[in-house]
Design a protein around this ligand. Structure first.
Ligand SMILES: Cc1cc2nc3c(=O)[nH]c(=O)nc-3n(C[C@H](O)[C@H](O)[C@H](O)COP(=O)(O)OP(=O)(O)OC[C@H]3O[C@@H](n4cnc5c(N)ncnc54)[C@H](O)[C@@H]3O)c2cc1C
Length: 379
């Protein structure tokens, strides 16, 4: 999603772009079951897709705007609510299938004369020279470019090839995802409940069902995945405090390991990292791809400004400027999600009491609440 968005954004600004991708995304069809992987897109990400001229296709295919967000804790009273109306907006964001975003961007890449697609192909090696960086692909062909952008995800091979190390931690958790039906529809609300050692989100889908992200310790994930559908629905309903009534049906389930992985640097000679290649974060705040799409905006901005000033757009000073603007924001977000995960994952009673109070305080103190809402919206 992030690399494709950058390629489109740069091509639209007149740059010649090559995209290297091992697997073309599967085409999206309305009659297919909703993709198990969905993301909550913040307004800043929707703005970018509008500018790239892909939002209309995405929104008209299948996207569910949500107007409210409710956050509460199983161990303490106190809740936090956000309403789009309080922000003067129609929605707080949209829940969209990853596959729909990927396939829409892919079609746009294919239609753009400034973009050369190398697919299926993988980067096998890279080398920097003074004015160029070369990539050797796994089929032996070579590409030379003024700038290489690594958008190859949390396990970025390019990041390793140029020797950029990462820090972070393995949460020892898995996020279980599924789409579920509930007795009552979702009320166009994104719900999040903190439980001892776990977080549970119910995200609204266009057909009235909810997409769940249930982050639990590895052993608990194995147990929940092994349950039959009826057993799973019963445990899920209880974990969600029956907020939408009983859970009446579920799709198949999938699970993803969770870790925080932050690149120590975002740049190397003639190379920049964006998206999960630079920062993989806990999904509890639903911000991973939104942070990546903000990298896209900032990197584009830096490159265009340098090119328009007739400077080398891949010069170290230009890339460093991008790094300065994004690395601290991404690291701050990642550590904030990490802190929330630690505090809300704890079942130590004084901590639990404190966090109930903190939810209530944020909810009551208007400037603090507005600051949270603005940050989540990417403003
Ligand atoms: C359970 C869960 C829920 C989430 N929910 C949300 C949410 O609600 N909102 C949100 O914003 N984020 C969410 N995220 C995070 C979000 O999914 C990621 O941040 C996002 O997918 C990262 O996109 P990306 O394009 O940077 O990387 P990826 O999606 O990992 O893409 C990497 C690309 O690089 C390609 N590639 C890999 N190796 C090579 C190579 N050697 N050469 C060339 N290409 C290569 C891959 O094929 C792929 O196309 C969630 C994550 C999880 C696990």
């Amino acid at each position: 999603m992030v690399g494709a968005a950058l390629a489109l954004a740069l091509a639209r600004e007149g740059f010649d772009v090559a995209v290297v991708e091992p697997r073309a995304p599967a085409p999206w069809h309305a009659e297919d079951e909703v993709d198990l992987r969905v993301v909550a897109l913040a307004p800043s990400s929707v703005d970018l897709f509008v500018r790239l001229n892909v939002w209309k296709q995405i929104a008209s295919a299948r996207a569910c705007g949500y107007q409210r967000m409710r956050v509460w804790d199983a161990l303490a009273p106190g809740a936090l609510s956000f309403d789009a109306a309080d922000e003067g907006r129609a929605v707080l964001g949209y829940i969209v299938e990853n596959r729909l975003i990927q396939s829409t961007l892919w079609l746009a890449l294919q239609a753009d004369a400034r973009i050369a697609l190398h697919c299926p192909a993988k980067v096998a090696a890279t080398e920097a020279a003074t004015e160029r960086r070369t990539l050797t692909l796994d089929d032996g062909s070579m590409i030379a470019a003024k700038l290489v952008v690594a958008a190859d995800g949390a396990d970025s091979a390019l990041r390793d090839m140029v020797g950029i190390t990462t820090s972070g931690r393995d949460y020892g958790q898995r996020a279980i995802v599924a789409h579920v039906a509930t007795e009552r529809a979702h009320e166009s609300t994104a719900w999040q409940r903190f439980l001892p050692g776990a977080t549970l989100a119910f995200l609204p889908l266009a057909d009235g069902r909810s997409s769940i992200v249930w982050s639990v310790p590895e052993s608990e994930a194995a147990r929940l995945l092994a349950l039959d559908d009826a057993g799973f629905c019963a445990e899920l309903g209880a974990a969600f405090d029956f907020r939408l009534g009983r859970v009446t049906a579920t799709t198949q389930r999938a699970a993803f390991p969770l870790r925080m992985k932050l690149a120590e640097r975002y740049v190397a000679p003639r190379l920049a990292l964006i998206g999960d290649a630079a920062h993989a974060v806990h999904p509890l705040a639903g911000q991973g791809v939104n942070l990546g799409l903000r990298d896209v905006d900032e990197l584009c901005h830096a490159l265009i400004e340098a090119r328009d000033a007739k400077r080398d757009f891949a010069a170290e000073s230009v890339l460093r400027r991008y790094e300065r603007r994004r690395r601290s924001d991404n690291a701050l977000s990642a550590h904030a999600f990490d802190a929330i995960q630690r505090v809300f994952g704890s079942d130590v009673m004084p901590v639990a009491a404190l966090r109930g109070a903190s939810l209530a305080i944020v909810d009551k103190v208007a400037p603090l609440k507005r600051a949270f809402a603005r940050h989540a919206a990417g403003r």
